[in-house]
Design a binder for this molecule. Structure first.
Ligand code: MIG
Length: 799
């Protein structure tokens, strides 16, 4: 038994006995004999914030992660004490603080333990840097499982893993690489059907151990800063994740074109090459919405310049691409070339916007342009300046999206591949070293980029993609998983990484389809497309030094299959857009891992091959070569095989056919799935009829369908439409009720209803409660289709 007495246990220090506590409206403050203070703030009925100060003095309260507009407020708070504990009752749970050592425990009202401190808070003084290494350990139960932490390339369930957060440029990373491009110090625990979340809002290098060092202990610690964490109670994972996403924020709706298929390579140049690629897409009728320019479009890798030999008239080119349905997205890196004849360098130098070393020299590092200085994006004035630099690119040339790379920050040819620790940062007025600012550098660059693109693209919506990020960065930008490799293992990783990012509040994410490094076989490429079309962000990208990666490069079969799947994505755009709406409105992840979908079913706790795309489509990618099918787990409930409408009952594993042209897809029974016709790019066609695929269910199921103008901000003035479909199936009847809100009116007047799985012959139809002849709705008995006015409120098909 370890007791928390002062100055014991490997140089660690611990809080001693409580001498007093007090509470104001929402915060309970504790003081121990050895001067440790703990502040527990009730933010929501299901969320507490805990902060510790080892000598009684808190840091100035500041966070890049927390959304300043996050909802907070609670219904109940009662504080009382008994002999051993101070008890904090919220409406949803109970928090106990031990009087003799400040250890904290969280309990359900019924008495069940949610999470208890093991050693609890402890620390070690840092002689070298000042401050402390701050540490926390929690007791873990045998059946407990862990999920979250952003982009980590490891098994989905984190039990048994030790990982850390230090944004790193990891070219061709592998399974279990501990640190990648993003720092998302948020995870969820799940035990006995009780889920909770921990968000450790500390931007120093942070560490997480999930029963790796000791079987029954979970711990997290940081190399500096405060022990400052949020505890979120579920008991459902949905409650935890939406509360976390409320706290750290949600993005605005992306323009719909950003959800189309995107083509990228390092690098397409000159202009004729770009046009050759885009023309080929159109010639082959292969849908595509965006083309990317990598670093070679610049003049000597100088940001915000163009190589005029390759791109003599960017404005004309961008316009011509746009006329052909392509949005242009360009890369912008943080390194600014040291070159006094380069105005941006000169200006930043004059205004003192570059990062400096501890003793005053500029932070100098080699990246693509050669020797560079780096803007301090943690300085609000620098962000403002940086956002202004997009005036020409976005406002005049007409580029529609910006891709921020190398912002971990990455530096070539130096140990650690980044800035040294001593580099100074403004940190929005809380001056600090790189140890503290490293993990937010990329986030603040993307934030400045977002502000700029938004300003100059207004009234259209901005599109930003970043490689590095920190919790909360989802408010500004989408992301991709960096320099992966064209291997089957990386396909497996991409599937997990995207589910994990979705579980970490960062749903707008995708992998480099086909793999960035090396070259995929046609088969791997096809399987990757089949997965990628179900990821929130869908882009083919490759380094190009091992050959081409356009969909036509691998021969006709691969082209045909890839096209079929990309077309499916375009058909499903209204469904995907609705999933984005649910994400930006409510913080619901766009991909739902099975454990999130049905946490009560323990069979899901170690599964990650299968996932739910949106709310009602189950996808299971094929992740091995040479297979004709695979085993997969079907979650509980009944599901229709998308390819042949057979109905299967879940809660078990089964074999599904999956020759190269098929990726296993299932639709939840009762679902109503909206579909557009295939387009070559978003808004190519004025949609004159929308299809609804209706999957019969004996019982009830609700579906949603969100629409707006696909771009712009009118949706914020109520110009959107949100339809809820309530399906009720009986043995000889199906009832579809629609409820609509919002003022948007779509271009089409009618829905084409496609019924799947009807167990009866349709004999009668009641439209708005009146029987009408079947042919009045153009009923097709064979195809089970009919046409109805889009604003119908109730429809009965009777057998
Ligand atoms: O050092 O801009 O992850 O997507 O193509 C490599 C060139 C820099 C890394 C990015 C990759 C991009 C590449 N960049």
């Amino acid at each position: 038994m370890i007791t928390n007495t002062e100055l014991e246990h490997k140089g660690n220090l611990y809080p001693t006995a409580l001498i007093s506590y007090e509470h104001d409206q929402d915060t309970i403050s504790f003081l121990t004999k050895n001067g440790v203070r703990l502040q527990i703030t009730v933010l929501r009925d299901n969320m507490l914030r805990l902060r510790y100060a080892t000598n009684g003095i808190f840091e100035h309260d500041f966070s890049y992660a927390v959304d300043e507009n996050h909802p907070h407020g609670f219904n109940k708070l009662k504080v009382e004490e008994n002999n051993s504990h101070v008890l904090i009752h919220t409406e949803k749970f109970l928090c106990k603080v031990a009087k003799d050592d400040l250890r904290v425990g969280m309990y359900e009202h019924g008495g069940k333990t949610i999470l208890e401190d093991e050693l609890g808070f402890h620390w070690e003084e840092s002689f070298e840097f000042g401050g402390n290494f701050v540490k926390m350990s929690k007791t873990s139960r045998d059946q407990e499982n862990f999920f979250g932490l952003g982009d980590k390339p490891t098994n989905f369930n984190l039990k048994g893993k030790r990982l850390s957060m230090w944004n790193t440029d990891q070219y061709a990373y592998g399974k279990d690489t501990a640190e990648l491009y993003k720092a998302v110090p948020f995870y969820m625990g799940l035990q006995q059907n009780i889920a909770y979340g921990i968000f450790f809002d500390n931007t120093f290098k942070t560490h997480f151990d999930f029963c790796s060092e000791r079987r029954n202990v979970t711990s997290f610690w940081a190399d500096g800063g405060e022990m400052n964490y949020y505890f979120i109670y579920g008991p459902q994972m949905t409650d935890v994740l939406t509360t976390y996403t409320d706290l750290t924020g949600k993005p605005e709706l992306p323009p719909m074109w950003a959800l189309g298929f995107h083509q990228c390579k390092w690098s397409y140049y000159p202009e004729s090459k770009v046009k050759e690629i885009t023309s080929k897409f159109r010639e082959l009728n292969f849908p595509c919405d965006a083309i990317y320019l990598d670093i070679d479009y610049m003049d000597g890798f100088r940001c915000f310049t163009w190589n005029k030999e390759y791109f003599p008239d960017p404005k004309r080119m961008v316009k011509e691409l746009e006329d052909d349905g392509f949005k242009t997205v360009v890369i912008i890196d943080p390194g600014i070339k040291i070159d006094l004849s380069y105005p941006i360098f000169k200006e930043a130098l004059e205004k003192d916007y570059f990062c400096r070393r501890a003793d005053g020299p500029y932070m100098r590092g080699k990246v693509w342009p050669g020797e560079c200085y780096f803007p301090d994006f943690t300085n609000p004035e620098v962000r403002e300046w940086w956002s202004g630099l997009y005036r020409e690119l976005i406002g005049e040339i007409g580029v529609k999206g910006v891709w921020n790379d190398m912002n971990e920050p990455a530096v070539m040819e130096v140990p650690g591949k980044t800035f040294p620790f001593d580099v100074r940062h403004n940190y929005d007025g809380h001056h600090c070293s790189h140890r503290k600012a490293h993990n937010v550098y990329g986030m603040q660059m993307a934030r400045a980029t977002y502000e700029g693109v938004k300003k100059f693209n207004f009234p259209k919506r901005p599109f930003i993609i970043t490689r590095a990020n920190y919790s909360g960065g989802q408010r500004y930008t989408s992301t991709w998983t960096g320099d992966n490799v064209a291997t089957w293992e990386h396909l497996w990783l991409a599937n997990i990484q995207m589910q994990r990012l979705c579980m970490s509040g960062m749903s707008f994410a995708g992998s480099d389809i086909g793999g960035f490094a090396e070259q995929p076989s046609g088969e791997l490429y096809t399987r990757w497309i089949q997965l990628g079309v179900f990821h929130p962000f869908c882009r083919v990208h490759s380094s190009g030094d091992h050959g081409e990666q356009e969909p036509w490069f691998f021969g006709d079969e691969v082209l045909e299959i890839s096209k079929k799947f990309v077309e499916l994505r375009y058909q499903l755009l209204p469904y995907l857009y609705t999933a984005f709406y649910n994400y930006v409105q409510e913080g619901q992840p766009i991909l739902k891992p099975l454990v999130y979908f049905d946490q009560e079913d323990v069979q899901t706790h170690y599964r990650a091959d299968e996932f739910i795309f949106g709310n009602q489509i189950l996808v299971c990618p094929v992740q091995e070569p040479n297979v004709q099918g695979r085993r997969m787990y079907i979650p509980r409930g009944k599901w229709y095989n998308f390819w042949n409408d057979t109905l299967v009952t879940g809660g078990k594993e089964m074999w599904v056919d999956a020759p190269l042209e098929i990726c296993p897809i299932f639709i939840k029974e009762g679902a109503v799935i909206p579909k557009y016709p295939v387009q070559q790019y978003v808004d190519e066609l004025e949609i004159d009829q929308l299809s609804l695929d209706i999957y019969y269910k004996l019982g009830k199921e609700n579906s949603e369908f969100y629409e707006d103008a696909h771009d712009g901000y009118e949706y914020r003035q109520n110009i959107y439409s949100l339809r809820t479909f309530k399906l009720t199936g009986k043995t000889d009847e199906i009832i579809l009720q629609q409820h609509k809100s919002g003022k948007f009116s779509a271009s089409y007047e009618t829905f084409k209803l496609n019924f799947h799985g009807l167990p009866f012959e349709v004999k009668k139809v009641f439209f708005e409660n009146e029987e009408i002849p079947l042919d009045q709705l153009q009923f097709n008995a064979e195809e089970k289709t009919m046409i109805v006015n889009k604003d119908f409120s109730e429809l009965h098909l009777v057998g």
